[in-house]
Ligand binder design. Sequence first.
Ligand code: TRH
Length: 388
Amino acid sequence: MHPKEHQKASLALFCKVVDNYGDIGICWRLARQLEQEHGIAVTLWVDDLQSFQRICPEVAIDREKQQIGTVTVCHWSDQNGVFAASDVADIVIEFFACDIPPVYIAAMAQRTPHPVWLNLEGLSAEVWVEGCHALPSPQPLSLTKYFFFPGFTSKTGGLLLESGLQQQRQAFRHDHAAMTAFLGQFGVTPAEMTSLKVSLFCYPQAPVSALFDAWQKSETAILCLVPEGVAVDAVETFLGQAAKAGATATRDALTVRVLPFIPQPDYDKLLWACDLNFVRGEDSFVRAQWAGQPFIWHIYPQDKDLHHIKLHAFLQRYTAKTESLSAFSLGWNAATDTTKSTVDWAETWPLLEADMLKIAIMSTDWQRQLLENGDLTSNLLQFVKTVR
Ligand code: TRH
């Protein structure tokens, strides 16, 4: 056997953190899965180690190169550097068209064979995605880059999903003691466990204060769990104190508790333990779909309200004409028909609450549909084989 056949395939993943945690959240998830489930040697190049550390506390922010688990993490500090053809991986992925260093590209061109080069795009439910997924884009130096789109249909790359995640979720959901212990570490009391449990992750412009007002008047007791740093103004107004991890207050039917910003694997558990999840961006949005609980998506805002198109495209696929869910989601994103400028949450919330069981059933059906598309990491490696 040729000695090369013993070697693991290698992959370089370049991640530029535009803002927040989604860019590194997605890349880190992908890197781990490539290593753990497919035996690929991954080097993750990331420009912002501080954001990375927030979701993965093991990260040292002052190290140029480090090993996290089996993944090699390199600080991508500039566009320079010295790369030879032998430094180039078998597969090169740039996340979200993040302009990898020209010197690395030059080394790619010198490598025989050329690596398979992919641009992993952002998630959208829009129909055009199917037509662009997997398209080649000729590049200088006789290189080719392929577009790889995540998505919700079999004509896209699917969604990131670790094998075994569904079994872990089911086991957790059936283990009341584990759920109680998990939430208990954040101070959730046994009495609060019987409330309607909601996790809240959104952008600062979400109408959180107005929703808190409606929740205070709810007939059901509501426990809202908010990671530190999220919806800070509304949470501090409600609490009457700084929104630090551990802070809590109850007013009428609503209890708000501030949680620490938790490591990424525990964030799944939070979603599994709650009856309703408010999520945002891309990665938490996907995790909420795998959690199989009702969720409300706060989409990442774009100029000229371009994100409203993406929101509508998703809701059209997802809500299956559940009026209360569409109305709530559009209101939450300020994407409601302009003739109705403000949303009356005291009216909108009870309608959603009344449909929760129906929405939970629909979420399970949705999950079944998504599972038919396979998982993004396996689909990506399958695609690499076809273009190699
Ligand atoms: O943080 P986000 O808003 O990230 C992104 C970025 O802004 C990005 O530029 C944009 O492209 C994208 O949204 C659409 O939301 P997201 O994608 O949900 O990422 C959050 C990550 O943080 C996700 O991996 C889950 C993780 N997380 C934790 O690990 N612990 C926590 O307590 C919370 C609340 C989240």
